[in-house]
Design a protein around this ligand. Sequence first.
Ligand code: AMP
Length: 213
Amino acid sequence: MNIIFLGPQGSGKGTQAELIAEKYDFNYFEAGKIFRSISDSDNPNAAMIKKHIDRGELVPEEYTRLIAWDFISKHSKNKGFLFDGYPRSLAQYEQLQDMLAKSGQKIDWVINLEIPETESVHRLSARRTCLKCGRVYNLITNPPPTDKCECGGELMQREDDQPEAIKRRLGIYRSQTHPVFEKALTEGIGLEINGEQSIEAINKEIVSKLNLS
Ligand code: AMP
């Protein structure tokens, strides 16, 4: 089974995607994390990618395609793929359908975790990321054990969680990413979940609706 997780920034899709990927052993593709690690590396495109991330803009399509293809071609076809943060536009959705079709696969579910925009802004302002291991906490919904990460690392607020960048990211989500979910609904593979429930309740709903257990 191949699944896409969508949802506006702060919807908790990363938390849910990670829970499902670990428990049900998916090949887990975390687009944002991959782009962040490239932006911190000595890759020749690092500075260009960092600029887009810090501004809250999408990285150009040619890089998303390369990175997604690199992941899909190197990971086991015997396990399902779980895509988090990709695709974020209709063009990327079609790219992904084509890439999976090369090995006779398809997208089975597109899950959209929905929360109101005011809630996104509220949650993102409370997000803290560990400088050492990259783990993401939320001071409201998923707080760290102390003022440091579980690994002992310092916690910081991401550049793209600053108000201007948040607004830009939500605008891109509405205009470019949400249409992917609308398309999935017309294909009969869209599943909308209320993201304002507890982490456990959302997880239970996903597991039950996808018949995972
Ligand atoms: P995230 O951590 O999911 O919010 O992603 C952080 C940033 O990585 C985004 O704001 C984009 O700049 C970049 N990014 C992540 N996924 C994609 C994607 N599918 N297409 C283009 N850019 C992306």
